[in-house]
Design a binder for this molecule. Sequence first.
Ligand code: CMP
Length: 139
Amino acid sequence: MTGTITLTMIKPDAVSKNHIGGILKMINDAGFRIKAMKYTQLSKEQAGQFYAVHQDKGFYNDLVEFMSSGPIVAAILEKENAIADFRKLIGATNPANAEPGTVRASYAESVQRNAVHGSDSDENAVIESDFFFSKVERF
Ligand code: CMP
């Protein structure tokens, strides 16, 4: 199958609560193919680099602290219309506004501890995928 890609992270809150399996099942059931995947922990420097686009925001330091606080699962997902379909699957950034049945409605705690990341554009999906994965780690 070919399609477009999105980059997701299962964030430290969801990993620490043993929700990796539940979230991957939702991803597979929604028709996404896992093109690359790794279990890793970001350093503060790496988390800061990943979220550099938000460096002027008031929540940036807390976000970097949180995202480097424990292991994450990073994955490249492939599907037709991957960006929009994945954002629909995960729901609104703030879980209080996430539709029932979405990943964040099911597993997120707060706007910061919101269980998963999803790329917001095709361009950022490529940048974020290159951040985590080399060519030989993609299938
Ligand atoms: P994510 O999709 O990973 O992209 C940027 C992250 O910043 C977002 O999920 C949230 O976890 C976090 N974020 C966005 N807005 C806020 C906010 N107002 N307060 C705290 N964290 C935020």
